[in-house]
Structure formats: structure tokens, C-alpha cells
Design a binder for this molecule. Structure first.
Ligand SMILES: Nc1ncnc2c1ncn2[C@@H]1O[C@H](COP(=O)(O)OP(=O)(O)OP(=O)(O)O)[C@@H](O)[C@H]1O
Ligand SMILES: [Mg+2]
Length: 250
């Protein structure tokens, strides 16, 4: 687990023909092993932020430190597992090979990582291990990509709407399994989602990113014991608090 420190972060895409900032003056810290969710309206800069942290986009301004390293260093050191909003599986490899590849390409004998079979079980794809991605539904492909990301055993998870194509019931089931994994390996986690309930189910803290331009508008600490009980009035209150912050972030 590593600490995240983001300071004065701003980003403007050079090639989109507008003077709009995708992110502006974003600063926050995440403690080692903390689970932080990021919510915000479509287009407010969530994926941009994650790509910068993953070392894939160089920010126009500002600094990012991941366990004392720059984002690029952390990426080179294979400390970071980034799951894209539209993850691509290798179509010519079976599901199990797609997941195993992550470990084969980044062999880290010193690092504890879950094995391929247990990851496929976790995402409910154990009977599709030998299938090719083309034979999977969109949500199943997303689950396979999630397993692949988790297979890295990285100290930092950067997840960009990993549950977006899943039905509500599957999301809830996966949430419990995923939290088990997080408790076992205790990575630092940044989790982008549009689902406020999912954010409250998972996170220690929720960052609300506003649009025009993307700035941090609010942060809400989720002070509820785990496993979280959605029928608890405190759960509903936290959801309300985040919803209000999102509305105010217009
Ligand atoms: N590669 C790119 N080139 C130019 N502009 C981009 C690029 N990627 C994103 N943008 C712009 O940056 C802004 C933020 O985009 P981003 O994808 O980070 O938003 P988001 O919060 O992830 O949205 P969503 O919730 O829809 O995924 C948008 O205005 C978008 O048009
Ligand atoms: Mg996005």
C-alpha cells in the first residue's frame, strides 16, 4: 500500500480545440491502504485524473507522488493497477490467459497476489476460463478485465468505473468479494463510480469532483462499520450528503 499526494493538479488537453480545463487545482491525499471513491458528473475529469495517476497522461501542471515516486516511476515499478473505463481484453487469448498474462508479464515473486482460479471465481467466470473474450457479454468482459487488474497484486488500485456494465445484483455480490480481497492485500484504492450507493458501500471517503472546470468540491467521510448495512439510516444520510454535494457541484 502506498500513499497518494496530489498537489495543484491541472490538465488541459492540447488537441481538443477548446480552452477548457479538464482538471483545475486538484489537491488531495490518500493514506496508505485507504479506499477512496471518486464521484462526479460525466465529463468532469475523473478518467483524466486516473490516467494522470497511472502515469499515462502528463498533467499540464501540478505534482503527483505515489509512495514518494512520480506516477511514471510508480508505473515503471509496477506498483499500480489501472483499469480503464473501457478495458480491452486480448481477443486471441482465452479468459484465463488474459488474467494470467498480467502475472506473467510482471513476475513479482516477492509480491503476494491472488491466483488466477480464485480471481475467476471471485468475478463469477470460473466456467468461462477457457472461453475467448468474443464469447462473453459486455459485463462478463468487464469482470474478466477486473480479474486481470487484480491479478497484478499491485499496491495501488486505480479503477475507472469497473462495475459500470454490471447489473445491480452482480455489483452487490462483487462488492463483498472485492472488499474481502482489499482486506487481505490492503492496497490503496481509488475507485471511480457514478453509483453513490456503490461509493458508500465500498469507500472510507468519497471525493466529489465538480465540473467547469474539474475541481474537488467536497469530501465525505463514510463513518460506517463494515460490512455496511444499507438499511441503516446513517447509510441513507451519507448517500444524501454526497448527492447534495454533487448537485451543488454544477
Ligand atoms: N483524449 C482527450 N482529448 C481531448 N479531450 C479529452 C480527452 N479525454 C477527455 N477529454 C476531455 O476532458 C474532459 C474530462 O474528460 P474525462 O474523460 O476525464 O471525464 P470523466 O469524468 O471521466 O467522464 P465520464 O463520467 O463520462 O467517464 C471532457 O471535457 C473531455 O471532453
Ligand atoms: Mg470517465
Amino acid at each position: 500500500m502506498i500513499e497518494i499526494r496530489v498537489d495543484g493538479l491541472a490538465h488541459r488537453y492540447a488537441d481538443n480545440g477548446s480552452a477548457l480545463w479538464a482538471l483545475r487545482d486538484v489537491a488531495f491525499q490518500v493514506e496508505p491502504g485507504e479506499f477512496v471513491a471518486i464521484v462526479g458528473r460525466s465529463g468532469c475529469g475523473k478518467s483524466t485524473l486516473l490516467r494522470i495517476l497511472a502515469g499515462l497522461t502528463r498533467p499540464s501542471r501540478g505534482t503527483v507522488l505515489l509512495g514518494g515516486m512520480t506516477a511514471r516511476q510508480a508505473r515503471a515499478e509496477k506498483q499500480v493497477a489501472w483499469m480503464a473505463q473501457s478495458p480491452a481484453l486480448l481477443p486471441w487469448k482465452r479468459v484465463s490467459d488474459n488474467v494470467a498474462l498480467a502475472q506473467r508479464v510482471n513476475p513479482r515473486p516477492e509480491r503476494r497476489a491472488p491466483d488466477v482460479d480464485s480471481l475467476l471465481r471471485l468475478v463469477g467466470l470460473e466456467s468461462f476460463a477457457q472461453a475467448y473474450p468474443a464469447a462473453l457479454s459486455g459485463g462478463m468482459q468487464q469482470r474478466a478485465a477486473l480479474a486481470r487488474t487484480l491479478a497484478l497484486g499491485a499496491r495501488l488500485w486505480l479503477m475507472d468505473e469497473p462495475f459500470a456494465s454490471l447489473d445491480a445484483l452482480t455489483r452487490e455480490e462483487l462488492t463483498a468479494e472485492l472488499l474481502d480481497l482489499w482486506h487481505t492485500f490492503r492496497p490503496t484504492a481509488l475507485w471511480v463510480t457514478h453509483d453513490i450507493y456503490e461509493a458508500v458501500r465500498l469507500a472510507d471517503r468519497v471525493l466529489v469532483l465538480g465540473s467547469r472546470p474539474g475541481r474537488l468540491q467536497a469530501e465525505v467521510c463514510v463513518q460506517l462499520p463494515r460490512p455496511r448495512d444499507e438499511t441503516d439510516p446513517a447509510f441513507a444520510l451519507t448517500v444524501q450528503q454526497i448527492r447534495r454535494a454533487l448537485e451543488a457541484a454544477e
